[in-house]
Design a protein around this ligand. Structure first.
Ligand code: RB5
Length: 152
């Protein structure tokens, strides 16, 4: 596995799931840097702040990935995709976790803390971490997405 660092963040609605996932990541991947960017409790916070921290860390480090958890996964996804170089996907099943890597070369996944059980979320994360980008016809599409980030 070529992933060197995994950055993770949540808001209050994703906090409990994040704590569980951080533990599992550290046990499963002892050689990977697992960096928890918060939040630190179930007290209400603003999810864009945590999306920004994780997305900026991932954008600055090749071979890193990000995991963001809020109530639905949707707000985190919208916010993370505003950061240049980030391709974030809201993931709801194993197939979407696989295809977001194979076709979209996603470097961040966003999960719904209010709707996913820990084992479900964990299976999506493993799929995301272990699946490679297929390249080929998908590469030109990624380049087209990159072009959207360039100033007009
Ligand atoms: C917080 O109440 C909730 O809005 C947030 O966790 C997330 O679901 C936003 O998309």
């Amino acid at each position: 596995m070529s992933v060197c660092s995994i950055y993770i963040g949540s808001d209050h609605a994703g906090f409990d799931l994040k704590q569980e996932i951080v533990q599992r990541l550290r046990a499963e991947f002892p050689k990977v840097n697992v960096i928890d960017h918060g939040c630190a409790s179930t007290e209400s916070v603003d999810y864009p702040a945590y999306a920004q921290k994780v997305a900026q860390s991932v954008a600055q480090e090749t071979n890193s990935r990000g995991i963001l958890i809020c109530g639905t996964g949707i707000g985190m996804c919208i916010a993370a995709n505003k950061v240049r170089g980030i391709r974030a996907a809201s993931i709801w099943n194993l197939e979407s976790a696989q295809l977001c890597r194979e076709h979209n070369d996603c470097n961040v996944i966003c999960l719904a803390g209010r709707f996913l059980k820990p084992n479900e979320a964990w299976s999506f994360i493993l799929q995301f971490i272990k699946t490679s980008f297929l390249g080929g016809r998908h590469l030109q599409r990624i380049k087209m997405i990159d072009d959207l980030e360039k100033p007009e």
